[in-house]
Design a protein around this ligand. Structure first.
Ligand SMILES: [Zn+2]
Ligand SMILES: [Zn+2]
Length: 343
């Protein structure tokens, strides 16, 4: 996907911008073409249809909605099944913050050509319950069940999320990471379509039919097994084969999004300065034929971004090491996505 640009002045705009920072144009994201158009309350004509600003624009949604969509909510917002009550503006502010991460996820799914069947079209289809622990009065468990992804909006509060990250010993914790992990659970069931696929999956991630409750108890009593780094991407991934798959799926999306962004912006690493042996000229590429080449480039690109972050006194952008077994798991996910893609 080319870097998003303003339809009026052609300058770069961020995926979550409502207004162009250069020329002040009102921006509306047209998800079928993955491009910005002008957002106009009177509607804009795109491919023979009128598109209007999403009804959730006051809450930061910059997507457009087609005239025939009915409810006045864009495709991304239409997938939200349960929300905090409208009478709770504090929860709705958090919803706006979570919406930024959710739309970024949606853009990537569309870009990858992954099938998105809404929950209201088919039992088990994709939907989101976006609820806040602070508003509900009881903890909201982040998770996935039968197509529905539940997100705790309270985690949009930096202090709360960061405290959880530290207490759980995680190298990083973000809203986008939550969305990418949970959608991994959804796509595991969608993209693995036959017994041969499940056998291949079990050979890499373990048998997902193992008791989840036992795994949960074991993980929170004893933690990750010693030496987990040699075959897992994170401590959480060691808990159960379902979690290993979802963690790897999230990382696959992280890696592809970051490489795509760097490549779309025209970034090229100098091979001599990056001190790497080159077998191709341009790192990162705009497309990769397989996961191995992608991960080879990622090693250098992530090292570069980690150096940049340290130059700013920040934590590493990508504080993970990918061992050979993790490469294999990411390769499996890469093949699943390519096979399931309609792009
Ligand atoms: Zn502009
Ligand atoms: Zn919307």
């Amino acid at each position: 996907m080319p870097a998003p640009r303003c339809p009026r002045c052609d300058r770069f705009v961020f995926l979550d911008d409502l207004v162009c920072r250069s020329c002040g144009a009102d921006l509306g994201f047209h998800h079928p073409s993955l491009r910005y158009h002008l957002a106009d309350p009177a509607g804009v004509e795109i491919d023979g249809m009128r598109w209007f600003p999403c009804g959730n624009r006051p809450w930061g949604c910059n997507w457009l909605v087609a005239e025939d969509a009915g409810a006045g909510r864009c495709f991304s917002c239409s997938l939200s099944r349960r929300l905090p009550p409208q009478s709770d503006p504090v929860a709705w502010e958090k919803l706006a913050a979570a919406g930024v991460a959710k739309r970024r996820l949606m853009v990537q799914l569309l870009q990858l050509g992954l099938p998105i069947v809404p929950y209201y079209e088919r039992e088990g289809g994709l939907g989101f319950d976006l609820l806040s622990s602070l508003a509900e009065g009881h903890p909201v468990m982040i998770g996935h069940a039968n197509g529905i992804i539940t997100i705790d909006l309270a985690e949009t509060l930096d202090a709360r999320r960061e405290a959880l990250r530290v207490s759980l010993g995680e190298p990083y914790r973000t809203m986008l990471g939550h969305f990418r992990h949970e959608v991994g659970h959804y796509y595991q069931g969608v993209l693995i379509t036959d017994e041969a696929g499940w056998e291949e999956c079990r050979a890499l991630f373990g048998d997902e039919r193992a008791s989840y409750q036992d795994a949960l108890d074991r993980h929170y009593t004893y933690g990750a097994p010693e030496g987990w780094r040699t075959s897992f991407i994170s401590e959480y991934a060691t808990m159960h084969p379902w979690e290993d798959f979802a963690e790897c799926f999230a990382h696959y999306l992280h890696i592809r999004a970051t490489l795509d962004t760097a490549s779309a912006a025209g970034m090229v690493l100098d091979s001599e300065r990056a001190a790497r042996i080159v077998d191709h000229d341009v790192v990162p590429r705009s497309e990769y034929p397989d996961a191995e080449l992608m991960l080879d480039d990622w090693q250098w690109v992530s090292l570069f971004f980690n150096r940049v972050n340290r130059a700013m006194g920040q934590h590493d952008l990508y504080p993970f090491e990918l061992s050979p077994p993790v490469h294999e798991k990411l390769g499996f996910i890469d093949r699943l996505i390519r096979r399931g893609s309609t792009a």
